[in-house]
Design a protein around this ligand. Structure first.
Ligand SMILES: NC(=O)c1ccc[n+]([C@@H]2O[C@H](COP(=O)([O-])OP(=O)(O)OC[C@H]3O[C@@H](n4cnc5c(N)ncnc54)[C@H](O)[C@@H]3O)[C@@H](O)[C@H]2O)c1
Length: 262
């Protein structure tokens, strides 16, 4: 449906889960995609799986919680393809060991979650905005979460990080609207990714049992797929969404429409 030929897209956390879906979808639509991840094996697999797509799909190892790798990612995209048009700030963590109330959560765990889930969005923005200005605009899309809107129990750092992603999205949209840079967020409901397997292990459930439990919680009767999120991003990054900035889209099978009393 969309033609991203000639566009340059960076996807963080792009080797697995939702990010892998986003990387493949943009490359399928013709974009040149730089997928960044700490998981090298998954990144190499992604490159192989995406080799026949319309756009070029390349992987680069990068820990996006740190400034230098973020700067180098932008430089790499520019050296390969001459600029940056779209950044999908998608990498995020919710380690099972972080499922604790605040009085039991180690400070280091709080810091790590904030660095990966929030600081990375700031850093990638800092380094890509000058390049987007040179191209006359761009789009930044942050993968937040429905947990930025409503909370589960015992996820203080993750919930705070996703609320911060939404707040930062609004702020960046205001500050860069004059540069024709749109900034948006997507809030996934439960999406079938390796993160679900981690959660199942932490709860002592089988992945299938947990999938079933979560599917029943979503009004639409299933959990989502990485492709569900990628399709929303293809739209948000396109000119069809040119009047959208500073807001979020829930891609959640109706989860946020449902009250706790339902
Ligand atoms: N899966 C869900 O149900 C769900 C729901 C709501 C929001 N989200 C959000 O979606 C995003 C993607 O989650 P997912 O489910 O695909 O997770 P995932 O664990 O399957 O994939 C995340 C990817 O990010 C990479 N990554 C982790 N730390 C990194 C770092 N420091 N630098 C670079 N890459 C790093 C991982 O190696 C992995 O490839 C996250 O921001 C997550 O919070 C997921």
């Amino acid at each position: 449906m969309y033609d991203y030929s000639g566009k340059v897209v960076i996807v963080t956390g792009g080797a697995k889960g939702i990010g892998r879906g986003i990387s493949l979808a943009f490359a399928e639509a013709g974009a040149n995609v730089l997928a960044a991840d700490v998981d090298v094996a998954a990144g190499q697999q992604l490159e192989k799986d995406g080799a026949a797509l319309k756009g070029e799909l390349r992987f680069r190892e990068a820990d996006i919680s740190k400034a230098i790798p973020c700067r180098e990612l932008v430089e790499t995209a520019v050296s390969y393809w001459g600029g940056v048009d779209v950044v999908c700030n998608n990498a995020g963590i919710q380690p099972p060991a972080s499922y604790l109330p605040a009085d039991e959560l180690p400070e280091e765990m709080w810091d790590r979650i904030m660095d990966v889930n929030v600081k990375s969005r700031f850093l990638m923005t800092k380094y890509c905005v000058p390049e987007m200005r040179k191209r006359g605009g761009g789009v930044i899309i942050n993968t937040a979460s429905v947990q930025g809107l409503q909370s589960a129990y015992d996820v203080p750092a993750y919930a705070a990080s996703k609320g911060a992603d939404l707040s930062l999205t609004r702020q960046l949209a205001l500050d860069f609207a004059k540069d024709n840079i749109r900034v948006l967020a997507v809030n996934p409901g439960t999406i079938d990714t390796p993160l679900v397997a981690e959660a199942a292990a932490a709860k002592g459930l089988s992945v299938d049992d947990l999938r079933g439990e979560w599917a029943a919680a979503h009004p639409i009767g299933r959990i989502g797929t990485p492709a569900d999120i990628a399709k929303a991003m293809l739209f948000l990054a396109s000119d069809d969404a040119s009047f959208m900035t500073g807001s979020y889209v829930n891609v959640d099978g109706g989860l946020m429409a449902k009250g706790a009393w339902a």
